[in-house]
Design a protein. Structure first.
Length: 124
């Protein structure tokens, strides 16, 4: 693994989005660091356990996650992937459609990468 090659991180992030849509908890468990922090566009904060619990229980069902204008930077061994995301989700029976600017931080972990942080800001 080289920390200058964006291809593995970009592929992992696509796989993360697909796993969220499929509610693939084993795949997400492997991709997310145990101490990960997920900051939603509405300001809510989730831990790994909270996010996986919401997805696994079906309270949050991701229907579509599309990303555009992606850029990736490496700093201090971390990969910072940012862009614009359009999300469609079913939150307890309520359809939510958002468009946000986001940053997801991936950290190397042996031969793999793990998400250590996500932060999004809603676009109006």
């Amino acid at each position: 693994m080289t920390d200058l090659d964006p291809a593995p991180v970009l592929a992992l992030d696509r796989a993360r989005r697909e796993a969220m849509i499929r509610a693939d908890i084993p795949a997400l468990t492997a991709m997310l660091a145990d101490d990960m922090v997920w900051i939603h566009g509405n300001g809510g904060v989730d831990t790994k356990q909270g996010l996986l619990g919401s997805i696994g229980s079906g309270r949050t069902k991701y229907l579509a996650i599309d990303c555009a204008d992606e850029t990736i930077r490496f700093h201090g061994g971390l990969a910072f992937l940012g862009g614009i995301t359009a999300v469609k989700a079913d939150l307890g029976g309520h359809l939510l459609e958002t468009r946000s600017r986001y940053t997801v931080v991936w950290a190397p972990d042996g031969d793999d990468w793990r998400v250590v942080g996500w932060q999004s800001t809603l676009l109006r």
